[in-house]
Design a binder for this molecule. Structure first.
Ligand code: C2O
Ligand code: CU
Length: 553
């Protein structure tokens, strides 16, 4: 297969939305950024030329990157940022993925506007596990702030408070008819009558899970996170930040105009964007619009039942061409409690309750991002550099616990007993080819809500979810080991648990975090390091020679 090369020029550009103009960070001047289209198994290179004002990195969300953490992207986890004026070439190695993924900046909140679709077509000699669609189109839903996103981020970080919610959601860059000054620019998808279209839906939103639907049209979901699933016929989908859904839509309604829409599923007390973005599905380019364009009826933002109804239907395709292989002999088991909490504010001027700052943790450890990337520190056995807030002499430590420090009634009224998470850059070392199971336990500390957890370097099986506290005796009885969905991002349910399984077949340094950007900012992160194996092709690839330097500028 050809080794395709892309140039990504990161630069500012002026965009006018919601009646005001501001400068945003873009790739090649476009928002959303360029679509990457490959076939399964291709390798591409992407040179990122940073013509912006700040350092940044790009991540290829859901791309396994076998043995190639060097090109994975999370800032100060697998690389230091590409400084303003510098460039870096990523090798993006596709392997098992087929369907839709996406790329995004992985530095602070720059992913708000720096992102785009990745379309992975079947291998050149193969086809889809469904009738070949007439046409296809990526649908990227994103967050739009009237203010500068970096200012929103900075304010939240400095005050320790909850960041402002976005002012709009956008579909392929446009907020749509329900927002001020936006009607004329509503995004349109032109379709012909009687055809089946493949829409590749990406939730690139910073902080909200979403419901999405199309007026009068059934949606058939055939894939998620770069994997095929058993088709689900539905009126709406629920999609978390980071996730993708491949849906088929047949244009079998009276030729006219129809709205598609997305709005938040936000069953929590945290502030969220409760606006609705729309785009138009337009039959025949020349047709005149009806006086009222029909809108889809989406579940309300607190409709947990609707959300869970949808997610509980996800099943791997489990066909001969797309088999399922769930690890059954678990050799590493972890139990990770997932909490939003508070830490005491260093200068007591923070805007959280009693001068605290909002924080978030896994097993009660709030992750501190080091100043030198974990990958380099691991690969070169670097020591003697201090983390941002750390006090020891290591860039990271390998004592991320297998269990929370103490067990309690996670989903009961737990008061303030995890008020002060400990800070640290604690990572988990795993041997090559271990069969890993991780149980994630949501808690009732602060704001109970879903946490879309994402692991880099792997797709994994989501074998079970449930409400309440995980029970070692009874909960595993509900596991689906036959056709569980294979995903890279999944919701740890509000006041519930979720279990994933994977084989540690990808040596490298892999970030794991909540894909709600405010939770990641607060420390709901850790790193899994898979050690090299002994055999051939079981070690991390050598580093590229043009890695961005970690010296502070
Ligand atoms: Cu979609 Cu760590 O990222
Ligand atoms: Cu979260």
């Amino acid at each position: 297969p050809p080794n395709v090369h892309y140039d990504f020029v990161v630069k500012e550009a002026n965009y006018t939305k919601l009646c005001s103009t501001k400068s945003i960070l873009t790739v090649n001047g476009s928002f959303p950024g360029p679509t990457i289209t490959v076939h399964k198994g291709d390798t591409i290179s992407v040179t990122v030329h940073n013509k912006g004002r700040y350092g940044l990195t790009i991540h290829w969300h859901g791309v396994k990157q076998p043995r190639n953490p060097w090109s994975d992207g999370p800032e100060n986890i697998t690389q230091c940022p590409i400084q303003a004026g510098a460039s870096f070439t990523y090798q993006v190695i596709f392997s098992d993925e087929e369907g839709t993924l996406w790329w995004h900046a992985h530095s602070d909140w720059t992913r708000a506007t720096v992102h785009g679709a990745i379309i992975i077509l079947p291998p050149r000699d193969k086809s889809y596990p469904f009738a070949t669609p007439y046409a296809q189109q990526a649908i990227i839903i994103a967050s739009w702030y009237k203010a500068d996103v970096m200012a929103v981020y900075d304010e939240a970080v400095t005050t320790g408070g909850d960041p402002n919610a976005s002012d709009a959601f956008t579909i392929n860059g446009q907020p749509g008819a329900l927002y001020d000054c936006s009607k004329g620019t509503t995004y349109r998808i032109l379709v012909n009558y009687g055809k089946t279209y493949l829409f590749r839906i990406i939730n690139a939103v910073l902080n909200e899970e979403l419901f999405f639907g199309i007026a009068k049209h059934k949606i058939t979901v055939v894939g998620t996170d770069g994997e095929y699933i058993k088709p689900i016929i539905t009126d709406y989908i629920m999609i978390s930040p980071g996730q993708t859904m491949d849906v088929l839509v047949t244009t079998n309604q009276t030729p006219s105009y129809y709205y598609m829409a997305a709005s938040a599923f936000a069953d929590a007390t945290a502030s969220f964007d409760n606006t609705t973005t729309t785009a138009i599905l337009q039959y025949n380019a020349s047709y005149t619009p009806p006086s009222t364009i029909p809108s889809p009826t989406l579940p309300s933002y607190t409709d947990r039942e609707a959300a869970e109804n949808f997610t509980s239907k996800l099943r791997s395709l489990a066909s001969t061409e797309h088999p399922v292989c769930v690890p059954k002999d678990i050799t590493t088991q972890m139990f990770i409690s997932v909490s939003v909490n508070q830490e005491l504010c260093p200068n007591a001027s923070c805007s959280g309750p009693n001068g605290t700052r909002l924080s978030a943790s896994l097993n009660n450890i709030s992750f501190v991002t080091p100043t030198i990337d974990v990958l380099q520190a691991y690969y070169r056995s670097l020591k003697g550099h201090r983390g941002k807030k750390g006090s020891d002499n290591e860039i990271y430590t390998t004592d991320f616990p297998l269990k929370p420090p103490y067990f309690y009634n996670f989903t009961g009224d737990v008061g303030n007993n995890t008020m002060n998470p400990s800070l640290g850059t604690k990572v988990k070392l795993i041997n090559y080819m271990e069969q890993v199971e991780i149980v994630f336990q949501g808690t009732n500390v602060m704001a109970p809500e879903n946490h879309p957890m994402h692991l880099h370097g792997f797709s994994f099986y989501l074998v079970g979810t449930g409400s309440g506290n995980f029970n070692y005796k009874t909960s595993p009885k509900s596991y689906n080991l036959v056709d569980p969905p294979k995903v890279n991002t999944f919701g740890v349910p509000k006041n519930g648990w979720a279990t994933i399984r994977f084989v540690a077949d990808n040596p490298g340094v892999w970030f794991m975090h909540c894909h709600l950007e405010r939770h990641a900012t607060w420390g709901m992160n850790t790193v899994i390091i898979v050690k090299n194996g002994n055999g051939k092709n079981s070690s991390i690839l050598p580093p590229p020679d043009n890695l961005p330097s970690c010296s502070k500028s």
